[in-house]
Design a binder for this molecule. Structure first.
Ligand code: ZN
Length: 364
């Protein structure tokens, strides 16, 4: 099943990126496709992509901050337009993300004509939940293939939906407490389970959806409890894949390019912190780390990269540190990233807070 994601202009590109990155990490027959998705950064990043990534990190301009109340017809017409423009088939699913309110005030809905068009509201979630708005959006998105598996139409789905909340994916959810309950349980009730058993969805599809739900639940729990426990998660550093992973936060992960990972590993090696202006003193250490991570064996090329990283005029070090910070924030949010990111006051030593006993290196 292919699910194509489209973002209405007023929706933050960062929000969609965060949703897309997280939903895509559960393997299975559902493929989420976002045509605007930025390519993964690598060493040969073109200037154009670099600009685009900077733009992603620093946030999109607010094209249309005035929110309108749109009818379902208008929203689904837009889905139909995207479907037509991109030559999608009848079996392809189209999902429109929009900040605009809709006349029936639904968080998400299925095109009543029966076409596989859906919209998901991306605004005002903060009124309903206390955490990162990408969670309820991921949840709504993961629920779509389940709804397609369970029902033949929006009409059928509406008839079945539970008016009394059960903490089930097919709860109606009109109030704040109900939205929170549904996210916290991230499950289905026995009636919906029996309905689904009768409809026989592909087991791999069901596994993918429930693995997404489980991951949302554990990430949200970790966050809610964090305010109390202040417990840090283990940080796994997968050297061959160049990934940082948080196993206790639903296995959230982020990729770093070899230059970014070099800088990150350097700061991990120095819990006492490093002064930016003295960074050249760590040149040999930086070279050793980079050589190990880089795909190239051309020593002259490696030296060029090291020189560029250390060049104080180009301010590359600062830029790499902010890129890492932005990726971290995008993955685990601002509050939690404080422990794992490279922080410091201008002119002072920069360091990573995390307790080094919690850092696990994976080398093969
Ligand atoms: Zn149910």
């Amino acid at each position: 099943m292919k699910i194509f994601l489209f973002r209405s202009d007023e929706v933050s590109i960062k929000l969609v990126q965060s949703v897309f990155n997280r939903i895509g990490k559960h393997p299975g027959p559902i493929e989420f496709i976002w045509l605007e998705a930025p390519a993964d950064e690598d060493e040969n990043l073109s200037e154009h992509t670099r600009e685009k990534n900077d733009y992603l990190v620093h946030g999109a301009p607010d094209y249309n901050s005035v929110k309108e109340i749109l009818t379902w017809e208008v929203l689904f017409e837009r889905c139909g337009k995207y479907r037509h423009e991109h030559g999608l088939t009848k079996e392809d699913v189209v999902v429109l993300f929009t900040d605009h309110e809709n006349t029936r005030r639904f968080f998400s809905a299925w095109d009543p004509t029966g076409d596989l068009n859906f919209f998901i509201r991306t605004s005002d979630w903060e009124i309903y939940i206390e955490s990162d708005p990408s969670y309820p959006i991921i949840y709504e998105l993961a629920s779509i293939p389940l709804a397609i598996a369970a029902f033949d139409s929006m009409e059928e789905a509406e008839k079945w939906g539970h008016q009394e909340p059960r903490g089930c994916v097919f709860d109606y959810c009109r109030k704040k407490a109900e939205v929170q309950l549904r996210l916290r349980t991230a499950d289905i009730c026995p009636d919906c389970r029996d309905l689904l058993i009768r409809r026989k969805p592909e087991p791999a599809l069901a596994r993918q959806i429930f693995s997404t739900f489980d991951s949302i639940r554990s990430q949200m729990l970790f966050r809610t409890r964090f305010q109390l426990t202040k417990a840090e998660s283990v940080l796994e550093i997968d050297i061959p894949k160049r990934k940082l992973r948080f196993p206790e936060m639903g296995n959230l992960e982020l990729s770093l390019d070899p230059r970014q990972l070099t800088v990150y590993l350097l700061f991990l090696n120095h819990p006492e912190g490093i002064l930016f202006k003295n960074i050249y003193k760590n040149k040999e250490e930086i070279r050793t780390i980079y050589k190990h991570l880089s795909v190239t064996i051309d020593l002259a090329k490696i030296d060029n990269v090291i020189e560029a990283i250390l060049n104080p005029v180009k301010n590359a070090m600062n830029e790499l540190v902010s890129q890492i910070r932005a990726k971290m924030k995008l993955t685990i949010g601002a509050e939690l990233s404080e422990n794992y990111t490279i922080l410091g006051e201008r002119g002072d030593k920069f360091s990573i807070k995390i307790n080094r006993d919690l850092v696990k290196y994976i080398n093969d």
